[in-house]
Design a protein around this ligand. Structure first.
Ligand code: BES
Ligand code: MN
Ligand code: ZN
Length: 511
């Protein structure tokens, strides 16, 4: 995990001695039309920095488009060795989320160039220098710092050793410091989730995922338990077990508990994650093309583990339980078969578990989540949120742009939308409903695990709804967004860590 140190500076920006000072520039042109040229404004009040940047900003070569950069060596009149100008696009459209990306862009510029320290100047414009922007800047620096090439034998150490956020002018220092510390925790937690998702299936089995979660829990003071086969049988988790039965790797039922002092009533939030450490499809085996990607099929579980880390460190006044169902989905002589009927975990021991006809063994995520949701409810969760790389169909619906959100409870989902405004993550709500539920009725049992080709993301969500029942519940389908396919200026190709920040904020909204 990243060991990047972080610091705040309230000193005048021109005097900061550093390898790289990054300042932001925006286009303040509001007129439209063919004659409306970009009007560049440096978002730093410091006159010496303004003077150093004036020539290049005047050339018209540089347009300050979002994350567009220009570098000046040995800038006159300022102490930094290099001045990096990072574009912000149109100022009118800029938000704290643009600050997050800009900070990431500065860090990712520095990394491959052997630059080991980066100072980012917080924009001086109103609305971009508040606590949200401070927090976003640090988060962005951590997001940018992460690279996926951990197993390259000649891997060069490209880590940024010191990231400094420079806050000039009048500032409420206590508020800035608090937001800064928070941003570091959130950024590190997101990277922790990404580091788990990045691990290949042979290195991160369900057992190892359980160990990594337990180690983290130990470090930050969460309660934890990691169970395996025996406990699955004891709890009658027939749906979860059916996925795991084809693999010699035992499953892991990972439980993390956050119980803040003095909070004895109010909601108990249940975070449930899909933790398939490799998804071959099972007997309904996947085609070979891109199958290697299926090591990421535990990204929902990793998001919950990452969010729990941040929760433990930020200490909201609300109880939280995370349940991650980890297994490998493999074809073998012991694997489940299409047509098999499985019995899911009963909500109470005296009730029968719901029966599921397995149509396609590749629809395994909903099976492990079914028992995970039931277990979270049995442990006392009053509100549920799950995250899963659940369907290819979500990418067809929303592309790689938005992740999918589903809910049986408008109030809970409204809170999630408020969380999105803080996290900057993109989720789009999609429908549930009886008409979808009808499509997963089985001839032989209560339900079946697939319902045909159309509306696959809603069908999967409706399957989970059967187990969430009336408990307020949100389902996040992150199959299209948990992996960054092409690197961006502010984030490397590889695991995105999506979900961590939004789930954290949703949790905090209940405190
Ligand atoms: N882990 C996959 C979802 C997935 C598929 C993510 C493709 C990224 C790319 C999930 O377990 C799965 O295989 N879902 C099936 C469901 C189908 C059999 C109903 C899918 O989406 O194809
Ligand atoms: Mn699958
Ligand atoms: Zn899967």
């Amino acid at each position: 995990m990243s060991t990047m140190r972080t610091e705040l500076s309230f000193a005048p920006i021109a005097g900061i001695q550093t390898e790289l000072l990054a300042v932001l520039a925006a286009d303040t042109q509001t007129a439209k039309g063919p004659d409306a040229k970009p009007q560049l404004t440096l978002l730093t009040a410091d006159p010496a920095v303004q003077a150093a940047a004036a020539t290049v900003l005047g050339t018209g070569e540089y347009k300050a488009g979002a994350n567009e950069i220009v570098l000046l060596h040995a800038p006159a009149g300022i102490a930094a060795k290099r001045l990096l100008i990072v574009g912000f696009g149109k100022l009118a459209k800029a938000t704290a989320h643009s600050v997050r990306d800009a900070a990431g862009t500065a860090v990712r510029f520095a990394k491959p160039r052997g630059i080991r320290e980066v100072v980012v100047a917080l924009p001086s414009s109103d609305g971009l220098r508040d606590a949200a922007a401070v927090r976003a800047a640090v988060e962005g620096a951590f997001v940018g710092e992460f690279d996926a090439d951990t197993y390259r034998s000649d891997r060069k150490d490209q880590r940024i050793q010191l990231f400094t956020l420079a806050v000039a002018g009048e500032a409420d220092r206590a508020a800035v410091e608090a937001a800064f510390a928070e941003g570091a925790i959130v950024g590190e937690s997101q990277n922790f989730a990404r580091s788990l998702v990045n691990e290949p299936g042979n290195k991160l089995t369900p057992t190892i995922l359980g160990q990594r979660a337990a180690m983290m829990a130990q470090e930050v003071g969460l309660g934890w338990e990691v169970h395996s086969t025996e406990k699955l049988h004891e709890l009658k988790m027939g749906a979860f077990w059916s996925v795991s039965q084809g693999s010699p790797e035992p499953p892991a039922l990972i439980v993390l508990r956050y119980e803040p002092d003095g909070v004895k009533d109010g909601p108990v939030l249940g975070l449930v994650g899909k933790g398939i450490t490799f998804d071959t499809g099972g007997i309904s085996i996947k085609p070979a093309d891109n199958m290697e990607r299926m090591k990421y099929d535990m990204a929902g579980g990793a998001a919950m583990i990452g969010a729990m880390r941040a929760i433990a460190l930020l200490k909201p006044k609300v109880r939280v339980i995370a349940v991650v169902c980890a297994a490998e989905n493999m074809p073998s002589g012991t694997a489940q078969k299409p047509g098999d009927v499985q019995t899911a975990m009963p909500i109470t021991p005296d009730k029968p578990g719901k029966t599921i006809e397995i149509i396609n063994t590749d629809a395994e995520g909903r099976l492990v989540l079914a028992d995970g949701l039931t277990y979270a409810r049995q442990l006392g969760a009053t509100h549920l949120i799950d995250a899963a790389t659940l369907t290819g169909a979500i990418s067809v619906a929303l592309g790689k742009i938005n992740a999918g959100g589903f809910s049986n409870d408008d109030a809970a989902y409204r809170k999630f939308e408020e969380a999105l405004a803080i996290s900057g993550e993109k989720f789009w709500r999609l429908p549930l409903g009886e008409a979808y539920a009808d499509l997963i009725k089985s001839d032989i049992s209560d339900i079946k695990n697939t319902g045909g080709r159309w509306g696959g993301a809603s069908l999967a969500a409706e399957f989970l709804h059967v187990f969430a029942e009336d408990t307020p519940w949100i389902h996040l389908d992150i199959a299209g967004t948990a992996w960054v396919e092409d690197s961006r200026p502010f984030i490397a190709k590889g695991p995105s860590g999506i979900g961590v920040r939004s789930i954290l904020e949703w949790v905090r909204s209940y405190q």
